[in-house]
Write a new protein. Structure first.
Length: 147
């Protein structure tokens, strides 16, 4: 699978469906896994990527530890397989739309091996609030580009 990259704007329709950009859709199978993201967004994974991630989470967590249960409940439990229809749309379940606060205007991000869906206003606020942290992280990563 090629890396999923790009930032796109799209609208959520009144039935809770959103069209995936053609450029991302071309790299995806007919169904994908949708779940809550670590931030206030949704994560979409191709089935094999989801299988790999969920296996790693289960292998590294313990149901007898509170933090492990939290991760399992936030990432694994809400996961649902959704079909990409003939028009390239997915239907986002109400519970996931509510979690991410999705309104009409959304941002779709290709993040390498998965996709994020954000409410546009939430994403803009997230970027503004994390600008300093981003600059610090970019500074640390600067050594990757230069020997």
């Amino acid at each position: 699978m090629k890396l999923l990259t790009g930032e796109f704007r799209n609208t959520l329709d009144e039935k809770g469906r959103i069209s995936l950009p053609v450029r991302l859709r071309a790299e995806l199978p007919a169904s994908i896994v949708l779940t809550q993201g670590a931030d206030t967004c949704l994560w979409l994974f191709p089935p094999q990527e989801w299988e790999d991630l969920s296996s790693k989470i289960l292998a590294s967590t313990n149901p007898f530890q509170a933090t492990s249960r939290l991760v399992q409940r936030r990432i694994l439990a809400p996961a649902q397989e959704v079909e990409i229809d003939k028009l390239g749309r997915i239907s986002i379940p109400q519970s996931l739309r509510e979690y991410a606060g999705l309104s009409r205007e959304c941002v779709i991000l290709g993040i390498g091996r998965y996709i994020e869906i954000w409410d546009q206003h939430t994403y803009q606020k997230y970027l503004a609030e994390n600008q300093d942290a981003f600059m610090a992280a970019a500074e640390e990563l600067g050594g990757l580009l230069m020997p």
